[in-house]
Design a protein around this ligand. Structure first.
Ligand code: NI
Length: 261
């Protein structure tokens, strides 16, 4: 079944029909979702959702746009959340030089602190990087050693993707791969072995074709899987089952009495 490795069902765009939509996920062949926190409030809501729905897990972390809210006290709170049973990763964390809402040295400081937190707790990470490929990679090489995780919504070159694979990371691919102007990501999907790819929505954002521009949800991931299957010349079922196994491996879901995949 489909595994959505990066979703934001805590977003207000789901306020009108969140529960109805999540109840429908089985019909869309969606088996597992990791709801990723991006702000302190987002983390709280992500954990609530994970504790309400058996098939939802949470990641807790503070996005570079939100690191102004971090201090030693809130960081301790985050550490506590990361120890909760259904929190499977630290994320999303990273650098965002596109919006640049926080000073870059502050973004770097809290990115590194959260990478160290993941190392301390033995959790994988979920990495956000926008217009900051070089600095993100430098920090990951230095502070991400020994960690595993996902480079979410990967937007770099295929060469960089393969460098991350060498470091032990998985590449998160979502709706952009279906876009006509998504050529770079199509090349990434071709170059990265299927054993190192995971699927994601980043919903409510980045809906794939034919829903581009609409509100995204995990049920649309099949369009992403179809495009990767087309690019790699394999079946859609193979893409779905292999990426599900990859996601269970990276998020270590075998901890929850599931068979190790
Ligand atoms: Ni996200």
């Amino acid at each position: 079944m489909i595994f959505d490795t990066h979703a934001h069902y805590d977003d207000k765009q789901f306020d009108s029909d969140r529960d109805e939509l999540l109840h429908e996920m089985k019909e869309f062949e969606v088996g597992t979702i990791v709801n990723v926190g991006a702000s302190l409030d987002g983390c709280r809501k992500a954990i609530e959702l994970a504790e309400k729905y058996p098939f939802i897990y949470a990641a807790a972390g503070v996005h570079p746009d939100e690191v102004g809210d971090l201090n030693e006290d809130t960081f301790e709170e985050l550490r506590g959340w990361c120890r909760r049973d259904k929190v499977v990763a630290v994320g999303e964390i990273g650098l965002d030089y596109y919006w640049d809402t926080q000073p870059r040295d502050l973004q770097k400081k809290w990115f590194i602190r959260q990478l160290e937190l993941a190392g301390e707790l033995g959790l994988p990470v979920n990495i956000h990087s926008r217009d900051a490929a070089e600095d993100t990679f430098q920090i990951m090489k230095e502070y991400g050693k020994g960690l595993s995780g996902i480079i979410h919504c990967f937007s770099g070159s295929k060469e960089l993707a393969l460098e991350y694979v060498k470091l032990g990371f998985y590449i998160g691919i979502g709706g952009v791969v279906t876009f006509k102007n998504g050529k770079k990501l199509k090349q990434v999907a071709e170059a990265v072995p299927l054993t190192k790819i995971v699927l994601e929505t980043d919903c409510p954002y980045l809906a794939p074709e034919p829903y581009r521009g609409k509100r995204n949800h995990s049920g649309y991931i099949k369009y992403v899987a179809e495009e990767i299957a087309r690019i790699k010349g394999i079946t859609c079922e193979e893409v779905i089952s292999r990426t599900e196994a990859n996601a269970k491996e990276v998020y270590r879901l075998y901890r929850y009495n599931e068979q190790r995949v």
